[in-house]
Ligand binder design. Structure first.
Ligand code: NAD
Ligand code: ZN
Length: 349
Protein backbone atom coordinates (compact mmCIF):
# COMPACT_ATOMS: atom_id res chain seq x y z
CA UNK A 1 0.00 0.00 0.00
CA UNK A 2 1.00 3.66 -0.40
CA UNK A 3 2.15 5.68 2.62
CA UNK A 4 3.51 9.18 3.28
CA UNK A 5 6.88 8.56 4.94
CA UNK A 6 9.03 10.77 7.14
CA UNK A 7 12.40 9.72 5.75
CA UNK A 8 14.95 11.92 7.53
CA UNK A 9 15.48 15.02 9.67
CA UNK A 10 15.21 18.33 7.79
CA UNK A 11 13.85 16.42 4.79
CA UNK A 12 10.52 16.71 2.94
CA UNK A 13 8.44 13.48 3.16
CA UNK A 14 8.06 10.93 0.36
CA UNK A 15 5.23 8.69 -0.81
CA UNK A 16 6.47 5.11 -0.75
CA UNK A 17 5.13 1.61 -1.23
CA UNK A 18 5.05 -0.27 2.12
CA UNK A 19 3.54 -3.52 3.30
CA UNK A 20 -0.07 -3.46 4.51
CA UNK A 21 0.21 -3.92 8.31
CA UNK A 22 -1.41 -6.67 10.36
CA UNK A 23 -2.88 -6.01 13.83
CA UNK A 24 -1.06 -7.62 16.76
CA UNK A 25 -2.73 -8.69 20.02
CA UNK A 26 -4.96 -5.91 21.36
CA UNK A 27 -4.70 -3.96 18.11
CA UNK A 28 -7.09 -3.10 15.29
CA UNK A 29 -6.46 -2.58 11.57
CA UNK A 30 -8.28 0.51 10.32
CA UNK A 31 -9.06 1.38 6.71
CA UNK A 32 -8.17 5.08 6.88
CA UNK A 33 -11.07 7.52 6.35
CA UNK A 34 -9.17 10.76 6.97
CA UNK A 35 -5.71 11.82 8.15
CA UNK A 36 -5.18 15.50 9.01
CA UNK A 37 -1.99 17.39 8.16
CA UNK A 38 -1.01 19.14 11.40
CA UNK A 39 1.44 22.01 11.61
CA UNK A 40 3.42 19.99 14.17
CA UNK A 41 4.49 17.75 11.28
CA UNK A 42 6.18 20.78 9.73
CA UNK A 43 8.22 21.18 12.94
CA UNK A 44 8.97 17.44 13.03
CA UNK A 45 10.07 17.39 9.38
CA UNK A 46 11.98 20.66 9.19
CA UNK A 47 12.91 21.91 12.66
CA UNK A 48 13.58 18.91 14.89
CA UNK A 49 17.21 17.81 15.13
CA UNK A 50 18.40 14.26 15.60
CA UNK A 51 18.64 13.46 19.32
CA UNK A 52 15.84 15.86 20.36
CA UNK A 53 13.26 13.09 20.56
CA UNK A 54 14.61 9.61 19.72
CA UNK A 55 11.06 8.16 19.89
CA UNK A 56 10.29 10.09 16.72
CA UNK A 57 13.34 9.06 14.73
CA UNK A 58 12.51 8.42 11.05
CA UNK A 59 11.56 6.38 9.16
CA UNK A 60 7.82 6.12 9.79
CA UNK A 61 4.45 6.94 8.20
CA UNK A 62 3.12 10.42 9.08
CA UNK A 63 -0.42 11.22 10.21
CA UNK A 64 -1.23 11.59 13.92
CA UNK A 65 -4.81 12.86 13.43
CA UNK A 66 -6.79 9.94 12.08
CA UNK A 67 -10.15 8.32 11.60
CA UNK A 68 -11.11 5.09 9.90
CA UNK A 69 -13.27 2.00 9.63
CA UNK A 70 -12.40 -1.15 11.62
CA UNK A 71 -11.21 -3.70 9.08
CA UNK A 72 -9.58 -6.50 11.11
CA UNK A 73 -9.25 -7.26 14.83
CA UNK A 74 -6.05 -8.52 16.47
CA UNK A 75 -6.05 -11.38 19.00
CA UNK A 76 -8.10 -10.72 22.13
CA UNK A 77 -9.90 -7.61 20.85
CA UNK A 78 -13.58 -7.45 21.70
CA UNK A 79 -16.15 -4.66 21.58
CA UNK A 80 -14.93 -3.12 18.34
CA UNK A 81 -17.42 -3.41 15.48
CA UNK A 82 -16.03 -4.38 12.08
CA UNK A 83 -16.93 -1.77 9.44
CA UNK A 84 -17.83 0.89 12.04
CA UNK A 85 -16.17 4.34 12.03
CA UNK A 86 -13.75 5.35 14.80
CA UNK A 87 -11.63 8.35 15.68
CA UNK A 88 -8.08 7.56 16.83
CA UNK A 89 -6.54 8.87 20.06
CA UNK A 90 -2.98 9.38 18.83
CA UNK A 91 -0.75 9.30 21.94
CA UNK A 92 0.39 5.80 22.95
CA UNK A 93 1.92 5.41 26.40
CA UNK A 94 2.77 2.31 28.40
CA UNK A 95 -0.92 1.91 29.28
CA UNK A 96 -0.34 0.99 32.94
CA UNK A 97 1.25 4.00 34.69
CA UNK A 98 -0.76 6.58 36.66
CA UNK A 99 -0.94 8.99 33.69
CA UNK A 100 -1.95 6.33 31.16
CA UNK A 101 -4.59 4.77 33.42
CA UNK A 102 -6.33 8.14 33.70
CA UNK A 103 -6.33 8.29 29.88
CA UNK A 104 -3.48 10.80 29.66
CA UNK A 105 -0.95 8.87 27.56
CA UNK A 106 0.58 12.25 26.63
CA UNK A 107 2.25 12.37 30.04
CA UNK A 108 3.12 8.65 30.32
CA UNK A 109 5.59 8.09 33.14
CA UNK A 110 7.45 5.55 31.03
CA UNK A 111 7.56 7.64 27.84
CA UNK A 112 11.35 7.56 27.72
CA UNK A 113 11.30 3.76 27.57
CA UNK A 114 8.75 3.63 24.73
CA UNK A 115 9.81 3.04 21.12
CA UNK A 116 7.53 5.84 19.85
CA UNK A 117 5.51 8.84 21.08
CA UNK A 118 2.32 8.02 19.25
CA UNK A 119 0.58 7.01 16.06
CA UNK A 120 2.24 9.01 13.28
CA UNK A 121 4.85 10.12 15.82
CA UNK A 122 7.52 7.44 15.62
CA UNK A 123 5.01 4.64 15.04
CA UNK A 124 3.34 4.35 11.61
CA UNK A 125 0.48 6.84 11.26
CA UNK A 126 -2.63 7.33 9.18
CA UNK A 127 -1.30 8.87 5.97
CA UNK A 128 -1.62 5.51 4.27
CA UNK A 129 -4.37 3.24 3.06
CA UNK A 130 -4.38 1.37 6.38
CA UNK A 131 -3.12 1.93 9.93
CA UNK A 132 -2.83 -0.33 12.98
CA UNK A 133 -3.78 1.17 16.35
CA UNK A 134 -4.30 -0.18 19.90
CA UNK A 135 -7.99 -0.97 20.49
CA UNK A 136 -8.00 1.25 23.62
CA UNK A 137 -7.22 4.26 21.40
CA UNK A 138 -10.48 4.02 19.43
CA UNK A 139 -13.38 6.42 20.03
CA UNK A 140 -16.60 5.38 18.25
CA UNK A 141 -18.08 7.92 15.83
CA UNK A 142 -21.43 6.20 15.29
CA UNK A 143 -23.23 7.80 12.34
CA UNK A 144 -21.05 10.94 12.34
CA UNK A 145 -18.99 11.65 9.20
CA UNK A 146 -15.49 10.21 9.83
CA UNK A 147 -13.69 12.35 7.22
CA UNK A 148 -14.73 15.71 8.69
CA UNK A 149 -14.13 14.21 12.14
CA UNK A 150 -10.44 13.44 11.53
CA UNK A 151 -9.18 16.90 12.68
CA UNK A 152 -10.90 16.38 16.04
CA UNK A 153 -8.17 13.90 17.01
CA UNK A 154 -5.64 16.74 17.40
CA UNK A 155 -6.95 20.10 16.12
CA UNK A 156 -10.05 19.48 18.28
CA UNK A 157 -8.60 17.67 21.29
CA UNK A 158 -5.59 19.96 21.85
CA UNK A 159 -7.53 23.25 22.13
CA UNK A 160 -10.25 21.45 24.13
CA UNK A 161 -7.72 20.30 26.75
CA UNK A 162 -6.10 23.76 26.90
CA UNK A 163 -9.47 25.52 27.22
CA UNK A 164 -10.87 23.10 29.80
CA UNK A 165 -7.93 23.71 32.12
CA UNK A 166 -8.49 27.47 31.75
CA UNK A 167 -12.26 27.38 32.46
CA UNK A 168 -11.95 28.63 36.07
CA UNK A 169 -10.44 31.84 34.62
CA UNK A 170 -13.39 32.26 32.26
CA UNK A 171 -16.22 31.72 34.72
CA UNK A 172 -18.02 34.40 36.75
CA UNK A 173 -19.15 36.72 33.96
CA UNK A 174 -17.55 39.65 32.15
CA UNK A 175 -14.61 37.53 30.97
CA UNK A 176 -12.41 37.81 27.88
CA UNK A 177 -10.49 35.17 25.96
CA UNK A 178 -7.78 35.79 23.37
CA UNK A 179 -7.05 33.31 20.55
CA UNK A 180 -3.83 33.85 18.58
CA UNK A 181 -3.44 31.86 15.33
CA UNK A 182 -6.61 30.85 13.50
CA UNK A 183 -5.51 27.76 11.59
CA UNK A 184 -6.53 24.14 12.16
CA UNK A 185 -6.42 24.38 15.98
CA UNK A 186 -7.34 28.05 16.48
CA UNK A 187 -10.60 27.99 14.51
CA UNK A 188 -11.80 24.97 16.46
CA UNK A 189 -10.58 26.68 19.65
CA UNK A 190 -12.90 29.62 18.95
CA UNK A 191 -15.85 27.21 18.54
CA UNK A 192 -15.03 25.41 21.80
CA UNK A 193 -14.76 28.71 23.72
CA UNK A 194 -18.10 29.78 22.25
CA UNK A 195 -19.77 26.53 23.27
CA UNK A 196 -18.29 26.22 26.77
CA UNK A 197 -18.07 29.81 28.02
CA UNK A 198 -19.87 33.15 27.90
CA UNK A 199 -16.57 34.97 27.46
CA UNK A 200 -16.05 37.61 24.78
CA UNK A 201 -13.62 36.08 22.29
CA UNK A 202 -10.91 38.24 20.74
CA UNK A 203 -9.01 36.59 17.88
CA UNK A 204 -6.04 37.40 15.70
CA UNK A 205 -4.11 35.99 12.74
CA UNK A 206 -1.87 37.30 9.97
CA UNK A 207 -4.38 36.09 7.38
CA UNK A 208 -7.49 38.13 6.55
CA UNK A 209 -9.53 35.05 5.52
CA UNK A 210 -8.76 33.33 8.83
CA UNK A 211 -9.94 36.39 10.75
CA UNK A 212 -13.10 36.60 8.62
CA UNK A 213 -13.80 32.95 9.48
CA UNK A 214 -13.33 33.65 13.21
CA UNK A 215 -15.74 36.58 12.99
CA UNK A 216 -18.34 34.26 11.45
CA UNK A 217 -17.85 32.02 14.49
CA UNK A 218 -18.57 34.95 16.81
CA UNK A 219 -15.14 36.38 17.65
CA UNK A 220 -14.06 40.03 17.59
CA UNK A 221 -10.86 40.26 15.54
CA UNK A 222 -7.87 42.53 16.07
CA UNK A 223 -5.14 42.56 13.41
CA UNK A 224 -1.49 42.20 14.39
CA UNK A 225 1.07 44.98 14.27
CA UNK A 226 1.33 48.39 15.90
CA UNK A 227 -1.27 49.07 18.59
CA UNK A 228 -2.56 45.49 18.79
CA UNK A 229 -2.09 45.06 22.54
CA UNK A 230 -3.60 48.51 23.24
CA UNK A 231 -6.65 47.59 21.11
CA UNK A 232 -7.07 44.28 22.96
CA UNK A 233 -6.81 46.03 26.33
CA UNK A 234 -9.32 48.66 25.17
CA UNK A 235 -11.89 45.96 24.28
CA UNK A 236 -11.51 44.51 27.78
CA UNK A 237 -12.05 47.90 29.43
CA UNK A 238 -8.37 48.12 30.28
CA UNK A 239 -8.00 45.02 32.47
CA UNK A 240 -6.71 42.59 29.83
CA UNK A 241 -7.85 39.10 28.85
CA UNK A 242 -8.59 36.46 31.47
CA UNK A 243 -7.28 33.63 29.32
CA UNK A 244 -5.06 33.72 26.25
CA UNK A 245 -4.43 30.77 23.94
CA UNK A 246 -1.44 31.03 21.66
CA UNK A 247 -1.69 28.60 18.73
CA UNK A 248 1.48 29.97 17.13
CA UNK A 249 3.94 30.13 19.99
CA UNK A 250 6.68 32.28 18.45
CA UNK A 251 8.43 34.96 20.50
CA UNK A 252 6.18 37.72 19.15
CA UNK A 253 2.90 35.93 19.91
CA UNK A 254 3.99 34.82 23.39
CA UNK A 255 4.86 38.49 23.98
CA UNK A 256 1.43 39.63 22.73
CA UNK A 257 -0.30 37.11 25.00
CA UNK A 258 1.75 38.10 28.07
CA UNK A 259 1.21 41.84 27.44
CA UNK A 260 -2.54 41.32 26.91
CA UNK A 261 -3.26 39.14 29.93
CA UNK A 262 -5.09 40.43 33.02
CA UNK A 263 -3.92 40.08 36.61
CA UNK A 264 -4.58 36.50 37.72
CA UNK A 265 -5.14 35.56 34.07
CA UNK A 266 -3.76 32.49 32.32
CA UNK A 267 -1.67 32.28 29.17
CA UNK A 268 -1.58 28.87 27.50
CA UNK A 269 1.03 28.28 24.83
CA UNK A 270 -0.04 25.52 22.45
CA UNK A 271 1.95 26.43 19.33
CA UNK A 272 5.45 25.03 19.23
CA UNK A 273 6.91 27.86 17.16
CA UNK A 274 9.41 28.97 19.76
CA UNK A 275 12.16 26.50 20.56
CA UNK A 276 14.28 29.15 22.32
CA UNK A 277 13.77 30.57 25.86
CA UNK A 278 11.27 33.34 26.69
CA UNK A 279 12.36 36.25 28.89
CA UNK A 280 10.17 36.80 31.93
CA UNK A 281 10.45 39.80 34.28
CA UNK A 282 8.71 40.50 37.60
CA UNK A 283 7.63 44.11 37.17
CA UNK A 284 6.31 43.82 33.62
CA UNK A 285 4.25 40.68 34.35
CA UNK A 286 0.70 41.16 35.71
CA UNK A 287 0.48 39.73 39.24
CA UNK A 288 -0.39 36.05 39.47
CA UNK A 289 -0.61 35.69 35.68
CA UNK A 290 0.06 32.04 34.85
CA UNK A 291 2.10 30.96 31.85
CA UNK A 292 1.71 27.30 30.89
CA UNK A 293 2.14 25.05 27.90
CA UNK A 294 -0.06 22.05 27.15
CA UNK A 295 0.37 18.91 25.08
CA UNK A 296 -2.59 17.28 23.27
CA UNK A 297 -5.25 15.84 25.67
CA UNK A 298 -6.76 12.74 27.25
CA UNK A 299 -8.78 9.99 25.60
CA UNK A 300 -11.67 10.90 27.94
CA UNK A 301 -11.59 14.44 26.57
CA UNK A 302 -11.62 13.04 23.02
CA UNK A 303 -14.93 11.33 23.82
CA UNK A 304 -16.25 14.75 24.94
CA UNK A 305 -14.97 16.41 21.74
CA UNK A 306 -16.82 13.76 19.69
CA UNK A 307 -20.02 14.55 21.62
CA UNK A 308 -19.58 18.26 20.75
CA UNK A 309 -19.03 17.33 17.08
CA UNK A 310 -22.17 15.19 17.04
CA UNK A 311 -24.11 18.05 18.67
CA UNK A 312 -22.94 20.45 15.93
CA UNK A 313 -20.93 22.57 18.40
CA UNK A 314 -17.66 21.86 16.59
CA UNK A 315 -17.61 21.98 12.78
CA UNK A 316 -14.05 21.51 11.45
CA UNK A 317 -13.27 23.44 8.26
CA UNK A 318 -11.85 20.71 6.04
CA UNK A 319 -10.20 20.66 2.61
CA UNK A 320 -9.68 17.10 1.32
CA UNK A 321 -6.73 15.72 -0.68
CA UNK A 322 -6.09 12.26 -2.12
CA UNK A 323 -3.09 10.25 -0.87
CA UNK A 324 -1.27 11.17 -4.10
CA UNK A 325 -1.82 14.86 -3.29
CA UNK A 326 -0.53 14.54 0.31
CA UNK A 327 2.85 16.13 -0.43
CA UNK A 328 1.10 19.11 -2.08
CA UNK A 329 -0.99 19.50 1.09
CA UNK A 330 2.20 19.53 3.22
CA UNK A 331 3.78 22.10 0.89
CA UNK A 332 0.70 24.34 1.24
CA UNK A 333 0.96 23.96 5.03
CA UNK A 334 4.65 24.93 4.95
CA UNK A 335 3.76 27.96 2.79
CA UNK A 336 0.96 29.01 5.17
CA UNK A 337 -1.66 28.55 2.46
CA UNK A 338 -4.01 26.06 4.13
CA UNK A 339 -7.30 27.43 5.45
CA UNK A 340 -8.77 25.33 8.25
CA UNK A 341 -7.47 21.75 8.01
CA UNK A 342 -6.05 19.74 5.11
CA UNK A 343 -7.27 16.14 5.40
CA UNK A 344 -5.88 13.26 3.32
CA UNK A 345 -8.59 10.82 2.22
CA UNK A 346 -6.82 7.67 0.92
CA UNK A 347 -10.05 5.99 -0.19
CA UNK A 348 -11.95 9.06 -1.43
CA UNK A 349 -15.34 10.18 -0.12
P1 NAD B 1 -1.92 26.01 11.08
O1 NAD B 1 -0.79 26.18 10.14
O2 NAD B 1 -3.16 25.35 10.62
O3 NAD B 1 -2.35 27.44 11.67
C1 NAD B 1 -1.45 28.38 12.16
C2 NAD B 1 -2.13 29.76 12.03
O4 NAD B 1 -1.33 30.72 12.71
C3 NAD B 1 -2.25 30.22 10.58
O5 NAD B 1 -3.59 30.66 10.33
C4 NAD B 1 -1.24 31.37 10.48
O6 NAD B 1 -1.62 32.38 9.57
C5 NAD B 1 -1.23 31.89 11.91
N1 NAD B 1 0.00 32.58 12.28
C6 NAD B 1 1.28 32.21 12.01
N2 NAD B 1 2.14 33.11 12.53
C7 NAD B 1 1.39 34.05 13.15
C8 NAD B 1 1.70 35.25 13.89
N3 NAD B 1 2.96 35.62 14.09
N4 NAD B 1 0.67 35.98 14.39
C9 NAD B 1 -0.61 35.59 14.19
N5 NAD B 1 -0.96 34.48 13.51
C10 NAD B 1 0.02 33.74 12.99
O7 NAD B 1 -1.32 25.28 12.36
P2 NAD B 1 -2.06 24.27 13.37
O8 NAD B 1 -2.02 22.90 12.82
O9 NAD B 1 -3.34 24.87 13.81
O10 NAD B 1 -1.03 24.28 14.60
C11 NAD B 1 -0.83 25.45 15.36
C12 NAD B 1 0.37 25.28 16.27
O11 NAD B 1 0.06 24.36 17.31
C13 NAD B 1 1.62 24.72 15.58
O12 NAD B 1 2.77 25.32 16.16
C14 NAD B 1 1.58 23.24 15.97
O13 NAD B 1 2.84 22.65 15.92
C15 NAD B 1 1.06 23.35 17.37
N6 NAD B 1 0.43 22.14 17.93
C16 NAD B 1 0.65 21.92 19.24
C17 NAD B 1 0.04 20.86 19.86
C18 NAD B 1 0.25 20.62 21.33
O14 NAD B 1 -0.17 19.60 21.83
N7 NAD B 1 0.85 21.55 22.05
C19 NAD B 1 -0.80 20.00 19.12
C20 NAD B 1 -1.02 20.27 17.77
C21 NAD B 1 -0.42 21.37 17.18
ZN1 ZN C 1 2.25 5.27 30.87
Amino acid sequence: MKAVRHIGYHTFPEIKEVEKPTPGPGEVLLKVAGAGACHSDVAILHEFDEGLNPQMDPEFTLGHENSGWAEELGAGVEGIELGAAYLVYGPVGCGICRACTRGQDTYCEHAAAMDYAGIGLGRDGGMAEYVVVPARNLVPLGDADPINAAPLADAGLTPYHAIKLALPHLSGGGKYALVIGLGGLGLIGVQILKALTGATIIATDMKEDAMAEAEKLGAITVPGGEGQVERIREITGGKGVDAAFDFVGVGATVGTAMKSVARQGRVTIVGIGNLSPYEWAFLTTPYEAELVNTYWGTVGELHEVVDMYKAGQIVPQVATYSLDQALDAYQLLVDGKVSGRAVIVPHGH
